[in-house]
Ligand binder design. Structure first.
Ligand code: S3P
Length: 174
C-alpha cells in the first residue's frame, strides 16, 4: 500500500495509532520527532530552546525529504507543525497516503495537559494556545491530507479500520 503518514495536532494520537498500525500491518514505524532527536543528540525542547522554532522546522523539512528517498511501506508519524510549511505538502504526498487524525480542542487538551515535552504548549494558558494554533492549522491539515479521520470518541480498532480502508481506496483511484 506504500507508506501511511499520520498528521494532526499534538496529542491527536499519531504516535499511539502509528504503533498499533505498525503491529497490525507488520510494517516498521518511524516518527520525525524521534528521528530528529536521534540525529541531533538532544530533545525537541532543547532544540527549540537553543536554536529556535525555525531551525527545528528546517530539520523537519530535511527529515521528510530524506524519508522520500529512503523508505517504503512504513508507518510514519510526523510532528504536529510539519504540515504548516506549505513546501512540505508535496513531500508528504510523495511519501504516501497522508492521513489527518482530526480531534477536537477539548480532546487534545485532556491528553496534553500534563505534558512537559512540547515547548509550544508550556505557557500559562495551554488551552488558549491550543485553540489559537488549531484555528491557524485546521485548514492546513485538511489541505495536506489525502484522507481525514475524525478520532473523537472512536476506539483504536475503528480508527485503524478507517485508515486501511480509506488509504486502499486512495491507491486504487490513482
Ligand atoms: C509540534 C509538535 C510536536 C513537536 C514539536 C512541535 C507542533 O510533535 O514536533 O513540539 O508545532 O505542533 P507532536 O505532534 O508529535 O506532539
Amino acid at each position: 500500500m506504500g507508506n501511511i503518514i499520520l498528521i494532526g495536532f499534538m496529542g491527536c494520537g499519531k504516535t499511539t495509532v502509528g504503533i498499533k498500525l505498525s503491529y497490525r500491518m507488520r510494517q516498521p514505524m518511524l516518527d520525525t520527532d524521534k528521528l530528529i532527536e536521534k540525529n541531533e543528540g538532544r530533545t525537541i525542547s532543547e532544540i527549540f530552546e537553543t536554536n529556535g522554532e525555525s531551525y527545528f522546522r528546517d530539520l523537519e523539512t530535511e527529515c521528510i525529504k530524506r524519508l522520500t528517498e529512503t523508505v517504503n511501506n512504513n508507518i510514519i508519524s510526523v510532528g504536529g507543525g510539519l504540515p504548516v510549511r506549505e513546501e512540505n505538502h508535496a513531500l508528504l504526498k510523495k511519501l504516501g497516503c497522508v492521513v489527518y487524525l482530526r480531534a477536537k480542542a477539548e480532546t487534545i487538551y485532556e491528553r496534553v495537559k500534563h505534558d512537559t515535552t512540547r515547548p509550544l504548549l508550556q505557557g500559562d494558558d495551554p488551552q488558549q494556545k491550543i485553540r489559537e494554533l488549531m484555528g491557524k492549522r485546521a485548514g492546513i491539515y485538511v489541505r495536506a491530507a489525502d484522507v481525514i479521520i475524525d478520532v473523537d470518541g472512536k476506539d483504536f480498532e475503528t480508527i485503524m479500520d478507517e485508515i486501511v480502508m480509506k488509504c486502499s481506496g486512495e491507491r486504487s483511484d490513482d
